[in-house]
Design a protein around this ligand. Structure first.
Ligand code: ACO
Length: 380
């Protein structure tokens, strides 16, 4: 039997949830192309699509929105009193610990709390780290708008909420990526949805998966000016470093999520510039965002040119994390919490896949080939 250490050639599940076409650069979510969803519907609408038939959902998106808002309030009431860990540990580690205190189960109420928790806890963790009090959720708001309000203790503009909605929709599901596979493995043991989500979050944390967007901003800051990009990138590759925000296990062309997020960023910059009520601050915010976007686009062009030149055998292109970094930065999310934000959206996919795996009913249990020493012969 051939061993495939990265499981590239292995089909480990059948799913109705999403298809990643790496050759065409296409992401399909339950029959909808990503471009039909991102920028056109809310996170709640995508949850309705993903979870349909897998949980006892209410009949409408509005009812799901109300249930999710109630779950945010329940989860907020469970904020642990210990604030010290928020200041000592990275946000993703605090988030993991706080989600771990939620009860396990497989039903709709458990799923709702898990869908709510990453947003409520991340906003609270960031406020505590900044020396502020956590802000309670607001039942009338959608998930994206309420996250921004809980983070800032002030309402977000409609266009900022729309930009975050686009992000959450874009990252909600993506085939059998490392964290989703982890969720399915845990679900297959019937450990419960909370266990599956904590395990998935742990897989997401790694820099090769959901930990990349923070370092994307570090790279842009280190480069600073477009004309410095070539030297910086060549030096990084000389040191055998990987460029964060580029490359993908499945995509051999551009990740379609990068384009969805770049479109959301451009829309955000335009709306910011046209904002009526705070014309002067809106214009300077918009100018700063346009300059950041221009730097990012020229770094991206240079990185792709050098990667194609130096690694012609590998079709490396921009992935989702590159524009994630810019969008979340523009919304005022600190870079230390970017992986938590990924979890705010991806938790929808994890729960859908965990439920689908439970339906299949088969324990996931592959085999390994033993290459260690043979046992010593028993003494006579
Ligand atoms: N920068 C430089 N070189 C790269 C990069 C990169 N970003 N990505 C791949 N390569 C090179 C590898 O060094 C390797 O080269 P070699 O054969 O000369 O040693 C070759 O390309 C391997 O390519 P793949 O098989 O396509 O890469 P793999 O599947 O092992 O890794 C991964 C995919 C982990 C995403 C990788 O591209 C990477 O580390 N990217 C940077 C981190 C990142 O952006 N992660 C987010 C991914 S999206 C997500 O998970 C949400």
């Amino acid at each position: 039997m051939q061993v495939d250490p990265g499981l590239e050639g292995v089909i480990a599940a059948e799913t109705v949830l999403s298809e990643v076409d790496g050759q065409a650069g296409r992401l399909t979510i339950r029959g909808h192309l990503l471009e039909e969803l991102a920028g056109h519907c809310s996170f709640e609408a995508v949850l309705q699509i993903l979870l349909d038939g897998l949980l006892e959902l209410p009949g409408s998106e509005a009812a799901l929105q109300a249930d999710l808002a109630r779950a945010r309030a329940q989860v907020f009431a469970l904020l642990p009193p210990d604030r010290d860990s928020c200041r000592r540990l990275p946000p993703i580690e605090v988030l993991r610990a706080w989600i771990a205190q939620l009860p396990d189960g497989d039903d709709y109420p458990t799923a709702l709390q898990l869908l709510a928790a990453p947003a409520v806890f991340t906003a609270a963790i960031l406020r505590i780290r900044a020396g502020d009090e956590p802000v309670a959720p607001e039942p009338c708001l959608r998930h994206a708008a309420d996250f921004l309000r809980m983070l800032r203790n002030a309402p977000a503009s409609d266009y900022e909420a729309a930009a975050l909605d686009s992000y959450l929709v874009t990252v909600a599901d993506h085939g059998l990526n490392a964290s989703t596979f982890t969720a399915r493995v845990v679900a297959s043991t019937r450990a419960g949805l909370t266990s599956a989500v904590i395990a998935a979050l742990s897989a997401l944390k790694g820099p090769l998966h959901g930990g990349a967007p923070g370092p994307v901003l570090d790279m842009l800051d280190a480069i600073g000016q477009p004309e410095r990009a070539r030297l910086w990138i060549e030096a990084a590759l000389q040191r055998n470093e990987r460029l964060m925000g580029f490359g993908h296990r499945i995509y051999r062309v551009r990740d379609p999520r990068a384009d969805a997020l770049r479109a959301a960023l451009r829309a955000l910059a335009t709306s910011c510039a046209h904002s009526d009520n705070t014309v002067s601050s809106g214009q300077s915010k918009s100018r700063a965002l346009s300059e950041r976007l221009a730097l990012a686009e020229s770094v991206e062009r240079e990185a792709l040119r050098i990667l194609h030149r130096d690694k012609p055998q590998r079709a490396l292109d921009t992935n989702v994390e590159f524009y994630t970094a810019l969008l979340l930065e523009a919304l005022g999310v600190p870079r230390e919490a970017f992986t938590c934000m990924f979890a705010v959206g991806r938790v929808g996919g994890w729960i859908a896949h965990a439920r689908e795996q439970l339906r299949c009913g088969r324990l996931i249990r592959p085999q390994s080939r033993y290459i260690g020493p043979a046992p010593a012969p028993a003494a006579a």
